[in-house]
Structures are given as C-alpha cells and as structure tokens.
Design a protein around this ligand. Structure first.
Ligand SMILES: C[S@@+](CC[C@H](N)C(=O)[O-])C[C@H]1O[C@@H](n2cnc3c(N)ncnc32)[C@H](O)[C@@H]1O
Length: 267
C-alpha cells in the first residue's frame, strides 16, 4: 500500500497493537474521533477546567491531548504502564511546552491502584480499558475507584457488550474481553456503586457507562443526558427526512399522492 508521508507518520498502514504510539492503542484511523468522543462526552457530563480528572490507561494521550490543554494546571492525572506511549504522545501530539504549563501527573502502574496520587477526583475515565480487562481487573479498578471518587464524581468507562462473559484471567490485546450489561452492573453494585448506560457513539461500538455513587443528583444528570441524546437522534432523523423529501423523485411521488388524496376526497 502506498501512503502519503503524513499517513505513514500517523501509522495508518499499521494494525492495532503494532509498536507505534497511535497503533498500539487501537486502529490508527480512529485515533482522532475516539479522542473527540471522550472529550465531548465528559464535557457534556459537566467536566469543567477546575475539575480533577483521572485517565486510567491513558495510553499515548489520545484523550489527554484534548483534556490537558482544557484543564487547569495540575488537574490531569494519567495511569499508564507503558511509559514510552506517554513520551511519544507528548513528543508527537502535545509538545513539552504544554506539559510545562499544565503540569499533568503520570504513574506507570498496572495494579489498578488508583490511590497512587493521594487525592480524589471529580471525573474518572477508562476508555477502552474494560474492553480488554479481565473481570478480576475490572473489579480491582472499580473497588479502587470508589476510594478516590468525590461524592459527585462520574466515572466514565466503556466495554464490549455481549450475551456472554469473558472468563479468562488475562488482559486481552489485540482482541478484547466482553461482558453482559447485567454482569457489569452487578460487579459495580458489589462495590457500592451504580452503573448507568449512556447513549454515546463509538466507532467500534463500545458501550459507554457512567459509574456513580448511588445518589439522586448524579442519576438525574445522567437521565437528562439520555434525554439529550434521544432529542439529538430525533433531530438527525428529521433532517434526514427533510433531505429525502427534497429529492426530485420523492417530490413527484408526494405531489402524486396529494393529487390522489384530493381526488378521493372529492368522490
Ligand atoms: C486500548 S488502549 C486505550 C488507551 C487510551 N485510553 C485511549 O483511549 O487511547 C489500552 C491501554 O491500557 C493500558 N493498560 C494495559 N494494562 C493496564 C493496566 N493494568 N492498568 C492501566 N492501564 C493498562 C495499555 O498499555 C494501553 O495503553
């Protein structure tokens, strides 16, 4: 395959898992849109610059390259076992100057101990983490998350929804793990937290959830989110309908229908 130099640099010819900072975290073609979807979802859920964000498995800062500039200095925290990914993300996507200005913090750890930073968070994110983790790893992550979640915190994650559960003990990548919504819901409930599905797009169909303390305020916010999504879907469907109605053949068809209706009414 012959690629433009920029595409080669972005790893577009590579497969998920290949040793390139974009390919290692998923299909390189989705690097931009998955960054945008993480950022827009969290800001739609209320992320503001003064909030503290913990990005679990932050990879090469696909999301971090939007969150770090947005948040105030010292407000972005990332956990990523592969140190080289963060280094490459900074080198290729952000630059050292933004790191000096925004002072994000990183640890390289794979134990899902989220207490390492010694602070609590307003938002937590595990983008494409539960889609590779074993049930034991997800349990460890949620148990630890509960200890660092502010009472109003929202922990956003996504996973591959299936009719059956992955039963292995290992992290799976390339490829992935999969769970039923009921399984995840009860795993999260065991840790004293509530799991709310969120309607939000993902290019490879991962299912988004919000994990919250089971109190009314957050649940109301998430219900409002659902309503927003339904309205957005309705508006998009109406726009498609209007586009369809403006097609010349459809216009003729509609005119014929109106004419036939008038004829029938006159009889
Ligand atoms: C599919 S990538 C997603 C990365 C990032 N969240 C994104 O959206 O680009 C999964 C990431 O989880 C990291 N990872 C693997 N095991 C981990 C663990 N035990 N704890 C935290 N992160 C882990 C991998 O190194 C990889 O960067």
């Amino acid at each position: 395959m012959s690629l433009q130099p920029i595409d080669a640099q972005l790893g577009k010819h590579l497969q998920p898992g290949d040793r390139h900072y974009r390919a290692f975290v998923s299909h390189p073609d989705n690097y931009d849109i998955v960054a945008a979807l993480q950022f827009t979802l969290l800001t739609a859920l209320g992320l503001r610059e003064h909030h503290y964000l913990l990005d679990i498995g932050c990879g090469s800062l696909r999301g971090g390259r939007l969150f770090i500039p947005y948040l105030l200095p010292n407000h972005y925290f990332g956990i990523e076992p592969e140190a080289w990914l963060i280094e490459e993300g900074i080198r290729n996507e952000l630059g050292e100057s933004i790191i000096t200005i925004k002072k994000p913090s990183f640890v390289h750890d794979r134990s899902f101990n989220l207490e390492v930073f010694g602070r609590k968070f307003d938002f937590l994110l595990a983008q494409s983490i539960f889609s590779h983790a074993s049930a034991a790893q997800i349990r460890a992550c949620v148990a630890s998350a509960r200890k660092v979640m502010e009472p109003h915190a929202i922990f956003v994650a996504n996973f591959v929804e299936s009719n059956v559960n992955y039963e292995g003990d290992e992290w799976v990548y390339p490829g992935g793990s999969y769970y039923t919504m009921d399984f995840l819901r009860s795993l999260i409930a065991e840790q004293g937290l509530a799991c709310m599905p969120i309607q939000w797009p993902h290019p490879v169909g991962l299912r988004w959830i919000a994990i919250v303390h089971p109190d009314q305020a957050n649940q109301q916010l998430l219900r409002d989110m659902d309503l927003l999504t339904i309205r957005a879907e309705r508006d998009a469907a109406l726009a498609r309908l209007r586009q369809l109605e403006s097609h010349p053949y459809v216009k003729i068809g509609l005119a014929v229908r109106r004419w036939l209706q008038t004829l029938i009414r006159r009889r």
